[in-house]
Design a protein around this ligand. Structure first.
Ligand SMILES: Cc1cc2nc3c(=O)[nH]c(=O)nc-3n(C[C@H](O)[C@H](O)[C@H](O)COP(=O)(O)OP(=O)(O)OC[C@H]3O[C@@H](n4cnc5c(N)ncnc54)[C@H](O)[C@@H]3O)c2cc1C
Length: 415
């Protein structure tokens, strides 16, 4: 089934899923096999992979904002890395990075390439001496999973990156096949391709649900419409905890504000990978400057997009200038804020069905890694919905059961 609709201008009155009118609601009832709540990078990836798994499906994505003004995806810095310790995360990274590397061609839509500006610039984790043992263990684990990983001593770091201050470091791990891409290109590449394959984007917000004791029956939209489906997928990012409550499900995913800055160095320095340290300083090159920030995990939770224009000067600049003296005279040109979809239990996503209402699936709570894992997570949940099991990567351990049993499954690497 293929609906030749423009993703921005399609409306309920014109799309084929709106053909059934339910007299008990204020608008038409939309019927679909699968309804996805949230059409950000995760929801759009899920939609695409559902159609790939079964082209006969009817899939409706409920997304209120085609400009994605507040979506996390368009505020992300684009980093993609294999430096994790949970095997599921490493496997998702390997799959997703490979997918993103080939995205421009494989996701071309209607003859138009889908550029994502992939830069294979590498990632570099640097740690103080007391964290070196852990970093070595992590590196070995990543190597066992087939990742290209170079362990570097302070001298090795200095040789590779001469402008780096290394005296207080125990060493670092360089993963040269990691990199970064354009999140906007990735999101729209998924969305355009999903639409080409027959997915319908419904421009409205989910505000309620009809639920039985053991199933979700329908969604209620802010526009007055109702969406009936066989399966429902919560892919609402930082809003997924709120959305879960509509189904009487407790999902401990909170919105956590994070600043991103565009800055330039005071003097020239060699080409750098995406640099991360244990204080959660993270930055990469972008054009003539750099994009990055320093994550404050204690940030008060909430839908707060206010920008603290002193944050760079106060927090980021001292950290970056300490590590690379070339940033002593750094200049911050722009600061913006975005939301991490923080999973409070363990910082890993919740991916899977809910035993109490098994036709409700969740794919949320990536805690700042959702862009890079969107391809693998989308594929995984599509397999689970269509086949009832994972085919490519076993994501069972990331299921909701660990929330119900309060059994965190966290990362041991720096985040
Ligand atoms: C500053 C910053 C830097 C980041 N850097 C990186 C990075 O380098 N690498 C990386 O992998 N990740 C990064 N992230 C995290 C990444 O952006 C997220 O993990 C990812 O975007 C999550 O995708 P999503 O689709 O779940 O959420 P979103 O992109 O936020 O999409 C969720 C969608 O749900 C919709 N929605 C909300 N409520 C409802 C409702 N009731 N009904 C219907 N729809 C609804 C919203 O409109 C939104 O479009 C960063 C995030 C920030 C803020």
């Amino acid at each position: 089934m293929c609906f030749p609709l423009d993703p921005i201008t399609d409306t309920l009155s014109t799309h084929p899923l709106a053909s059934f009118i339910d007299m008990t609601t204020t608008g038409p009832t939309i019927r679909a096999d699968i309804a996805i709540i949230g059409g950000g990078i995760i929801g759009s990836s899920v939609a695409y992979f559902l159609m790939r798994e079964d082209p006969s499906l009817s899939v409706a994505v409920i997304e209120p904002d085609a400009t994605y003004a507040f979506a996390s995806a368009l505020r992300a810095s684009g980093g993609c890395r294999v430096q994790f310790t949970c095997p599921e995360n490493i496997a998702m990274s390997l799959y997703s990075i490979d997918f993103i590397r080939n995205f421009e061609q494989t996701m071309a839509s209607k003859g138009r390439p889908a550029p994502v500006d992939w830069v294979e610039g590498g990632y570099l984790f640097i740690v103080p001496p007391e964290s070196m043992k852990n970093l070595e263990l992590n590196a070995r684990l990543q190597q066992e999973h087939g990742c290209v990983v170079d362990l570097l001593s302070p001298a090795g770091l200095k040789e590779k990156f001469p402008s780096m201050h290394v005296d207080d470091l125990g060493g670092g791990v360089h993963t040269p096949r990691d990199g970064w891409c354009d999140p906007n290109g990735l999101l729209w590449g998924f969305r355009r391709k999903a639409v080409e394959l027959g997915v319908t984007y419904v421009p409205s917000r989910v505000v309620g649900a009809d639920i039985d004791t053991n199933a979700v029956r329908a969604l209620k939209l802010s526009s007055g419409e109702r969406v009936e489906a066989t399966s429902f997928i919560n892919a609402a990012g930082a809003w997924s905890g709120e959305v879960a409550r509509l189904f009487e499900m407790h999902l401990p995913v909170s919105p956590m504000r994070r600043f991103e800055h565009y800055f330039t160095a005071g003097s020239p320095l060699e080409s750098l990978p995406y640099v991360k340290d244990t204080a959660r300083l993270a930055f990469r090159s972008e054009g003539k400057g750099f994009s990055g920030g320093l994550v404050d995990g204690s940030e008060q939770r909430g839908f707060n997009f206010d920008v603290d224009h002193d944050y760079f000067e106060r927090v980021v600049w001292p950290a970056v200038a300490h590590r690379f003296p070339a940033f002593e005279a750094a200049k911050c040109h722009r600061t913006w804020s975005g939301l991490y979809e923080q999973h409070e239990l363990d910082g890993n996503p919740v991916i899977g069905a809910w035993a109490q209402r098994p036709n409700l699936f969740t794919v949320a709570g990536f805690s700042g890694h959702g862009m890079m894992h969107a391809p693998a997570a989308g594929r995984g949940i599509a397999e689970l919905v269509v086949h009832g099991e994972y085919k490519t990567i076993d994501l069972t351990r990331l299921g909701y059961e660990r929330v119900e049993t309060n059994a965190p499954y966290g990362e041991k690497g720096i985040l």
